[in-house]
Write a protein that binds this ligand. Structure first.
Ligand code: HSE
Length: 440
């Protein structure tokens, strides 16, 4: 059978990796897919750069629409990114009857419902393994490998840039701004790192995982998104002393009244495997009722790791493209007419535990007052750490840091308690609150 023809839109880091791995491993890939897979056309605004990557024998154009219009192309790979032109091109490719493979998490997290509906109506596949955690086959695991399970929760380190920054902050005791500058200098963080450090990239990925884990629509606008920009080295150090590490987690969880969907820094017990994922690596923990806890670890970004996921999708599409669309794996794992309308819960309804740090006057009765407020609101304390005032503020200091770990409570209750604690005259500075996940 003649090779299936693929058009590639955007040949930057991931696009070059895809082209190179597909060529290098073509024989192995053909044995798996049942026929060859060839990128025969590439569109990139930088035609010279594209030509340098692909050499001769591949058509290179600057206009992506020429690829979509080519009747010989069966699959379009979209590696442009963003919600703008990428969305228009994906929709045009679908309406031209092309299957689409994309790494574009932002596009799917925000416009996935519209895109998947259009693809289903046209009978084409939109495949997106590379959109979440780069080379880790987490979409495959959630949609197919764990299909027997009632999935209970997912917690993942799904942004390499922030995990690298947090690892450096912990290892070297440095503050966020210092490490960010260094990460940019070394090329680990983008010149504009805001999507990464503000938690948006992780929230895009968590949104996609939430949809395929629970069979709900993608709803990025309902995700709670908090990054790492306000984290201080002090809290990383105190967390360490209490047996925890701080990680930026993407969490989605089935709760009695709905679904939690949130990205924020979290204390994780240092003994958990997830707490030991260092540098730019990614890891996702999935808990299912039948399988228990499973862990997926690997490179979440980079040229060939992400290409690995893109090509896995190409192989899937190649095997399935002649199949009756009803026999394919549904885009969001559940049949479109069997989707759930479980709501995404507001943060005030989320149940979790907390790390609190407050600067307090070093006087008799202060600890009793603080713990009294917690007790009156039904919040149970898990651990308390208080340093000598001298140790924190130098000789003669009259205030000190009080750190409290709580057991689970509703976030709405914690908000009320924090307001009350903050108004105590002996609490001298804004209270730092970081959520804590035991991941049992
Ligand atoms: N910028 C992302 C990260 C990779 O740092 O993990 C692409 O999603």
């Amino acid at each position: 059978m003649k090779p299936i023809q693929v058009g590639l839109l955007g040949i930057g880091t991931v696009g070059s990796g895809t082209f190179n791995v597909l060529r290098r491993n073509q024989e192995e890939i053909r044995r798996r897919a049942g026929r060859g897979i060839e990128i025969t056309m590439v569109a990139d605004l930088d035609v010279a750069r594209a030509r340098a990557v692909v050499g001769e024998g591949v058509t290179v154009v600057s206009d992506a629409r020429e690829v979509i219009a080519n009747p010989d192309i069966d699959i379009v790979i979209e590696l442009i990114g963003g919600y703008g032109i990428a969305k228009a091109l994906v929709m045009e490719a679908i309406s031209a009857g092309k299957h689409v493979v994309t790494a574009n998490k932002a596009l799917l997290a925000v416009h996935g419902t519209e895109i998947f509906a259009a693809a289903s109506a046209r009978g084409v596949i939109v495949a997106f393994e590379a959109a979440v955690a780069g080379g880790i086959p987490i979409i495959k695991a959630l949609r197919e490998g764990l299909a027997a399970n009632h999935i209970e929760w997912i917690a993942g380190i799904i942004n390499g840039t922030t995990n690298f920054i947090l690892s450096e902050m912990r290892d070297k005791g440095l503050d966020f701004e210092v490490v960010l500058k260094e990460a940019q200098r070394l090329g680990y963080a983008e010149a504009d790192p805001s999507f990464d450090i503000e938690g948006v990239d992780a929230a895009h990925k968590a949104t996609i995982m939430s949809a395929i884990a629970f069979g709900v629509p993608v709803q990025f606008h309902k995700a709670h998104v908090e990054g790492i920009t306000k984290l201080s080295a002090t809290d990383i150090r105190y967390a360490e002393q209490l047996g925890y590490r701080i990680k930026l987690l993407g969490i989605t969880k089935r709760a009695p009244k709905g679904i939690e969907l949130r990205v924020h820094p979290s204390l994780v017990p240092a003994k958990r495997l997830l707490a030991n994922v260092e540098g730019a690596m990614n890891a996702v923990v999935v808990h299912g009722d039948a399988v228990g806890t499973t862990l997926y670890y690997g490179k979440g970004a980079g040229s060939e790791p992400t290409a690995s996921a893109v090509i896995a999708d190409l192989v899937d599409v190649t095997r399935l493209h002649t199949a009756d669309p009803h026999h394919r794996v549904p885009h969001l794992a559940f049949q479109p007419d069997a989707m759930s309308d479980l709501p995404v819960l507001p943060m005030s309804e989320v149940i979790t535990s907390y790390y609190l740090r407050m600067r307090v006057a070093d006087e008799a009765g202060v600890l009793a007052k603080v713990t009294g407020v917690l007790a009156l609101n039904g919040i149970s304390i898990d651990a308390v750490l208080q340093r000598e005032a001298d140790e924190v503020g130098g000789e003669g200091a009259t205030s000190t840091d009080l750190i409290i770990l709580t057991h689970d409570t509703r976030e709405g209750t914690m908000d009320t308690v924090l307001a009350e604690l903050q108004s105590l005259p002996t609490v001298l500075s804004p209270i730092v609150r970081i959520r804590k996940e035991e991941l049992r």
